[in-house]
Write a protein that binds this ligand. Sequence first.
Ligand code: NAG
Ligand code: NAG
Ligand code: NAG
Length: 443
Amino acid sequence: MKLILATSLLSLLTPVQSLNNGLGLSPQMGWASWNDCASQVTSSRIKNATLALINTGLAAKGYEYVNIDEGWLKGRSSNGDITVIDEKFPEGMKALGDFIHDHRLKYGLYTSRGTVQCSTAQYNATGSQDYEVQDANWLVSQGMDYLKEDSCGGGPNNPTDAFTDYATMRDALNATGRSVFFSLCGWYTWYAPSGDSLGNSWRISGDGTNWGALTQSINANVELGKYARPGAWNDPDLLVGTGIGSNRGEDKCFDGDTEIPQSSDWYMTNDEQSRAQFTMWCIMSSPLIISANLNQVSEYALETWGNEEAIAVNQHFRTYPEGTSVEDEIYQGIRIFGDDMEYDKSTDKGSGVNVWAKPLEEGKWALVFLNNEDEVGDVTCDSECFEQLYDLDAGVKYTVRDLWEHEDEEEELVADEEGKFEYTAEGLARTGGVKMILLTPVD
Ligand SMILES: *[C@@H]1O[C@H](CO)[C@@H](O)[C@H](O)[C@H]1NC(C)=O
Ligand SMILES: *[C@@H]1O[C@H](CO)[C@@H](O)[C@H](O)[C@H]1NC(C)=O
Ligand SMILES: *[C@@H]1O[C@H](CO)[C@@H](O)[C@H](O)[C@H]1NC(C)=O
């Protein structure tokens, strides 16, 4: 009895905070290799990517993790330790980690919770099943700061098996004594309610291959906002570029166009969709992990991912007074207007409009207006939509700042005589046009 009382009292006083590894207090930011070169990663490509993150100015804006996805691990030595593909990583993984650390960035590595990794035609390697403790120790000995653990090569994808596997790795990482960001990569919404007890972030949907898949991730995230909190985030997948990745430019990873899925259609069809994804990822407090060749993407993509006002919306949130119940603490934006969206890449047809909002410090709110219909159009947040912004004050004026134009609009947002608010974002592009505004109360 006493124990139960003590525990429940403690949980009232201490904010619920995932793994207590001190990481992910804001959504993680960085770069990952997957949508760039898939499993054709090499040490020199990763070094290039590290330098590109710095040279583009993105590292200085908070993109700190350099994450190597599948493709470096070869198998196990006779004592069970991980072995590395020497031809691709001649100096070994520790030396690569040192290079990344010398550039003041953080080092991400990858494994899978099953007996084998996900594998492409070019690559096949062992997973961490039954080797969790040994792998955690080995990975940490290489300097790892971040682990993405995929869900391939395991038993059936059900919560019982998956949670057991992930909890085993969570405890193995904890036992190393090093704080390691733990990124779970299962592909189902059922991870979310238990996510904070297992990892710092958890995938909620399948691979975000193009705007069609990403609209499904956005739809899935609508119901999951309540599970996001500092140290624990819903992950709708990587930030996708617009088709000038390593497979298409001069510096190709693959010769053929059909060798891996990434070389055919794992890209956005237009710039707006890449910006729409980033804008939504900011309001949804999603991990901001760029996955494209930064030496080859467009200036527009660099400007998109480098928008510091948008990044601030992603990284910041309201602080709640002590004693606020967990359900009342909102750290991830909420959909306040619209229904689920669809997009079919093969026909370039879309549907749905959304308005999302995220509460920020000092009574501020960020709002995103998204047009996913086939025609250019206006998107309105009417009084019913605004009523969900729980502390918007009809007696107060709000400045309206356009976070893509980087300027304040001439008209402030004010309530009408009945105390109701309304705002229309005009002329948004088809299938992925967005506007993001920041409302700031004027004293
Ligand atoms: C290990 O877990 C304990 C209990 O949650 C936590 O207090 C500690 O900070 C963790 N250590 C690391 C290195 O993650
Ligand atoms: C690294 O980047 C340089 C240009 O900065 C390029 O010449 C070289 O081919 C790149 N190497 C790899 C392996 O990507
Ligand atoms: C990869 O390894 C697994 C287990 O050893 C095997 O079942 C599978 O056929 C292999 N796949 C390829 C592409 O070699």
